[in-house]
Design a protein around this ligand. Structure first.
Ligand SMILES: Nc1nc2c(ncn2[C@@H]2O[C@H](COP(=O)(O)OP(=O)(O)OP(=O)(O)O)[C@@H](O)[C@H]2O)c(=O)[nH]1
Ligand SMILES: [Mg+2]
Length: 428
């Protein structure tokens, strides 16, 4: 089964908890603090792989959650880091942010790795909070909690050459005789329902050819299989435009040629300006003289209204006539055309963590509420019942300018302040 667009949910692991612990032995009844830090959460990593050419595997498996970091323990032991989750996607998969549609990464080449989400940081154990005046802290930090995200995976195949043309003109047959691919071939329209890729060996080199379902007039409006699969040739360097010169389906070869070009143009300007070679197929079905005449008429008609003369080759996949020449010409073109540039990444800070925002609002009951990334982060370390912990919290609010901001907003002695689950009355 083939699937080329899916939405998945990803979440890195949360950080593990730091712990409160004190060194104890037979000799020392009351040793110093030795609570270790929590481990980091696992990352979410994408990896491009040639082992698959569809996103079908994600149809029933669309939630990926990396392991949380383990909690720290006594004797200053740091918790183990959570295991990463590696998500294999076919080469050519473009990852974008579901909310905005903006591109985060383009997974082009086999083995490309992209860390989309980093695991949450582990919390500090109480050993970390010990200092000269606070020798026995009874508090530690919880791990950083990270958010889940939705991303869209879209497969935009990367091939060197794309085969386009009406259904039944012999695209799959050509692919089958020049490459290692064994696509389905039959004498009816729309045999090919999803793209096929094949590797063509050319002496010591090779190139990849993509065969897509046939196009028909009106494909841009969804007629036939529509334009849906053209995205799989958006990134080719060269288009082979196949036209059945024997006109086996009763259409006119020149009309076919013009209509397909119109459809390409309707899909995107870029597709219509890609280098194109016209390949006349099924030449074995016409007597030599008829063939010559038909090719002449075809050439004349298609160059009549255009200044550019497209290159026209003729082949028969059945008798193999013209195939060597086709490969030579394709290769000499490919050598001159640079590889397509990667899709531009639009979101570079996808996993940005907000640790600084401070928002203060005045509530109806005249209390002040502080929210934002700064407090979310600070709160991780606070144990209200612990005097030390609470004074640390107050010290940070003062040091980091939160108290100042509250005063600017009119906070006075005796006013109530809410920060997440913590409520306190401000005293000057
Ligand atoms: N005589 C002859 N028949 C051919 C040649 N190439 C393809 N055919 C026949 O044409 C029919 C269609 O071939 P396909 O390769 O399936 O055509 P396609 O363009 O992939 O068609 P869709 O997948 O439907 O778009 C089959 O019956 C092939 O055997 C050729 O060079 N000579
Ligand atoms: Mg086909």
């Amino acid at each position: 089964m083939f699937l080329d667009k899916v939405k998945i949910t990803i979440k890195a692991g949360n950080g593990g908890k730091g712990v409160v612990s004190f060194y104890r032995s037979k000799m020392t009844m009351n040793g110093g603090p030795d609570g270790g830090d929590g481990g980091s959460g696992g990352n979410i990593i994408f990896r491009a792989s040639n082992n698959q050419n569809t996103l079908y595997g994600f149809k029933f498996n669309h939630r990926f959650v990396a392991e949380n970091g383990h909690d720290g323990s006594g004797t200053n032991k740091t918790g183990a880091n959570g295991k990463d989750v590696i998500i294999d996607v076919p080469c050519g998969t473009v990852i974008s942010e579901a909310e905005t549609g903006k591109v985060i990464a383009d997974m082009r080449e086999e083995g490309d790795m992209f860390t989309a989400l980093k695991g949450g940081l582990g919390g500090r154990g109480n050993a970390f909070f010990a200092n000269a005046t606070r020798q026995a802290p009874r508090f530690s930090q919880t791990g950083e909690v990270v958010k889940e995200h939705e991303v869209i995976l879209e497969l935009k195949t990367i091939a060197d050459v794309g085969l386009v043309g009406y259904p039944n003109v012999g695209k799959s047959t050509l692919l089958s005789v020049i490459s290692n691919a064994r696509p389905k071939i039959a004498n009816y329209q729309f045999t090919t329902l999803v793209p096929n890729l094949g590797v063509v060996q050319y002496y010591d080199n090779s190139f990849v050819v993509a065969d897509i379902p046939g196009l028909i007039e009106g494909a841009s409006d969804g007629v036939g299989l529509g334009h849906e699969f053209l995205k799989h040739i958006e990134r080719v360097r060269l288009i082979l435009h196949l036209v059945d010169i024997a006109e086996t389906d009763g259409r006119n070869a020149v009309d076919d040629y013009n209509k397909i070009n119109e459809e390409l143009k309707k899909y995107s300007e870029k597709l219509s300006t890609l280098p194109q070679i016209v390949v006349l197929t099924k030449t074995d079905l016409l007597p030599e003289e008829d063939l010559k005449e038909k090719i002449k008429v075809f050439e004349k008609s298609i160059t009549k209204n255009s200044s550019q003369k497209p290159l026209i080759l003729s082949i028969s996949s059945i008798t193999q006539k013209g195939l060597e020449n086709l490969k030579n010409v394709v290769w000499s073109h490919l050598e001159k055309i640079p590889k397509s540039a990667p899709i531009e990444v639009e979101v570079t800070d996808f996993d940005k963590r907000d640790k600084t925002s401070i928002n203060i609002v005045r509530r109806d009951d005249a209390s002040f509420e502080v929210t934002g990334g700064y407090v979310d982060n600070l709160i991780r370390g606070i144990v209200l019942s612990d005097f030390n912990s609470f004074s640390y919290f107050q010290m940070r609010l003062k040091r980091d300018g939160v108290i100042e901001k509250l005063k600017d907003m009119g906070m006075k002695d005796g006013d109530l302040v809410r920060i997440k689950d913590i409520e306190f009355v401000y005293e000057d």
